[in-house]
Ligand binder design. Structure first.
Ligand code: TMP
Length: 400
């Protein structure tokens, strides 16, 4: 947590562990917490007020697999190529990835013969990465594990992380690990969802247990300075509805690009950090809840079949915040074998294999994986050709 005064911004109520897809016998022992975020008056860091303990979330059976999305696969292949061409140019340079999941980024570097190590606490995801030729240490990345990696592998020229740094409430220990492991001229590059996009497009379901922090450039700039580093570059990337790639280095070791000041100014103009911005967001998501429940209820009462598409982590937030259960959405189809045959967290909607979507097609599909909308809609043309319609709910509820 940042050290400043944090004021509550939004309360999304009682929520489960977003990736804890349940076997029927586990329903009674489910863990819940209050999902509420606040904003720091000093540094604008948006953060959870009552965090879920990390080891409840990232267990050996953590089911999320990044490589289920073709869009993410090509994004991370490009990231790997860029790192290899611009930073990992020495024969012995080491790259370490924090939260390497199923090796979606590192497998490209591994195939190119680059010295690498993934660090990920989820044994299942790590096994999938190892099967693709990626070296993985099943562990959390912190000062302790970084010290051990330094002893076995030497310093890292690049430390990379995507959608993971923001998951760690005790972020100081991640940066102490980076400090241990990074070469004097090395860079720590991380990508994460962008709070400006979340606020602008009412992406309230990007708020769930794993996303302890929602980063803005200003808040990351302040955070890394407090932890002894410098934010030297930022770049907007079109991942997960809008993300930012942050490049961090040891102070003075790299030139600070104008992009940092430019985005900090844009955030100030947009009102990141101002209370009214968050009040507006709160009103918008209440409207979404009312409209979505009304639409699903009307469709059910009219005898229409509605199916959920994509048992995403964020679907835990939308289903539990809106009170959507199997009476309104009888099942969610998903391509991840680890989620199939289970019940969705909190809402207890059955998760069925992808094949269930077209057997037969429903009248409406609630697109819970809206962050992959382009890819999914392109793949599911036949659904629409047969008269099917998509239901989208951010930034507002609509049928397309
Ligand atoms: P994410 O939003 O956290 O990336 O999760 C995406 C989920 O959606 C994951 O469980 C896989 C699922 N999915 C499908 O079922 N079909 C698809 O075509 C895509 C892209 C994702």
């Amino acid at each position: 947590m940042c050290a400043g005064p944090v004021r509550e911004w939004v309360d999304l109520g009682r929520q489960p562990v977003s990736n804890a897809f349940l076997k029927p016998e586990e329903v009674d022992s489910e863990t819940f917490f209050r999902l509420a975020v606040g904003i720091c008056a000093d540094c604008t860091m948006v953060q959870q007020l009552e965090p879920m303990p990390t080891d409840n979330m990232f267990r050996a059976d953590y089911p999320y697999r990044s490589s289920t999305s073709a869009g993410l696969r090509s994004h991370f292949e490009e990231v790997a190529r860029q790192l290899r061409d611009t930073e990992l140019t020495g024969v012995d340079d080491l790259v370490v990835e924090i939260g390497s999941n199923d090796g979606i980024m590192l497998h490209t570097l591994s195939a190119a013969g680059v010295r690498h190590l993934g660090v990920d606490p989820s044994a299942g995801a790590a096994a999938a990465a190892v099967a693709r030729g990626v070296r993985v240490r099943v562990d959390f990345f912190d000062e302790r594990s970084a010290t051990e990696i330094l002893a076995t592998d030497g310093p890292a020229k690049v430390i990379f992380s995507a959608n993971t740094v923001s998951h760690v409430a005790d972020i100081d220990t991640v940066f102490r690990g980076v400090d241990r492991l990074l070469t004097p001229d090395g860079i720590f590059v991380f990508e994460d969802r962008y709070v400006s996009d979340i606020v602008e497009y009412a992406y309230f379901d990007q708020i769930y247990d794993e996303h302890f922090y929602l980063f803005a450039v200003r808040s990351v700039d302040a955070m890394v300075a407090r932890l002894g580093f410098e934010l030297v570059d930022v770049e907007r990337i079109p991942i997960h509805g809008g993300s930012v790639r942050y490049t961090v280095a040891r102070p003075g070791s790299r030139e600070r690009r104008p992009s940092v000041a430019r985005m900090v100014e844009e955030e100030a103009r947009y009102g990141i950090g101002e209370h009214e911005t968050y009040l507006r967001f709160g009103r918008q998501i209440e409207r979404i809840r009312t409209d979505l429940v009304a639409l699903l209820t009307d469709l059910r009462d009219a005898g229409r079949r509605v199916v959920g598409y994509g048992a995403t982590s964020k679907s835990a937030t939308v289903t539990n915040y809106c009170g959507i259960g199997p009476d309104l959405v009888p099942f969610i189809c998903d391509t991840t074998p680890e989620k199939q045959g289970r019940l969705s967290p909190g809402a207890h909607i059955p998760v069925r294999p992808y094949a269930a979507f077209s057997d037969p097609y429903p009248d409406y599909a609630l697109l819970l994986a809206w962050n992959h909308a382009e890819e999914i809609m392109a793949k599911e043309r036949q659904f629409v050709e047969q008269g099917g319609r998509w239901i989208l709910y951010v930034p507002h509820v609509r049928i397309v």
